[in-house]
Write a protein of this length. Structure first.
Length: 216
């Protein structure tokens, strides 16, 4: 699969959100939806009042990243909004991780398991081949604009090696601090999908920023 860019609407202009969604439709690969509950992470972002509206105009696939304590409550609603991909945090799911993956699949969505930088990447290994993708946070979930944590490269490389060893098709997504200065290294360490927020919507020309991040 070609390297993909998933602009995060957390960094978009919410007074002109339709414009930014249409930009992703035209220029991006995936619309990334960061959903925060203020409990699992120390911030609140947006909920279905926004996602419902985005779903009305989205033509690019939507990817919901649930940073919430009970992600299973929202799977069916996300599926009804035509969300294609749904990730939840291992820290929230624990022993229910496999069950959550199965529930997401049963609703017709691709399932992802996310971890914060302080969770050993090996915690994801049991779900290789079960989950469709792994979301390795390169900052701590909860706020945009954080600095990329350099140890992420080695964490992704270990995960990529284990996926290859098992012959699985599980993809790796990365989220946090991805920009022009590090995107080449992000690609090289084995990332398939890069979430980008401020490096896209903070640019003078967001369309050109997406193309540059994608490497075309």
């Amino acid at each position: 699969m070609a390297f993909q860019i998933a602009p995060s609407i957390l960094a978009a202009d919410f007074l002109h959100l339709e414009k930014d969604i249409r930009l992703i439709n035209d220029c991006g690969d995936i619309i990334h939806l960061d959903v925060m509950d203020g409990t699992l992470v120390p911030n609140i972002s947006f909920g279905f009042s926004v996602i419902d509206q985005v779903a009305g105009i989205a033509t690019a696939p939507m990817d919901a990243h649930l940073m919430v304590v009970h992600p299973e409550k929202w799977f069916a609603k996300l599926a009804s909004d035509r969300v294609s991909m749904c990730s939840f945090h291992y820290e929230a799911a624990g022993r229910s991780t496999s069950r959550h993956i199965e529930s997401i699949h049963a609703l017709g969505m691709k399932a992802g398991v996310a971890i914060n930088p302080d969770v050993p990447v090996e915690k994801l290994f049991p779900y290789i081949g079960k989950a469709d993708y792994m979301l390795v946070m390169s900052v701590f979930a909860g706020f945009g604009g954080q600095k990329f944590i350099a140890e992420t490269y080695e964490r992704v490389a270990r995960l990529k090696a284990e996926i290859a060893r098992r012959g699985a098709n599980t993809l790796i997504q990365i989220d946090g601090g991805v920009g022009a200065g590090n995107v080449a290294a992000v690609r090289e360490c084995g990332v398939d999908i890069a979430v980008a927020g401020s490096s896209v919507f903070g640019a003078q020309d967001p369309a050109a920023a997406i193309a540059a991040l994608r490497g075309v």
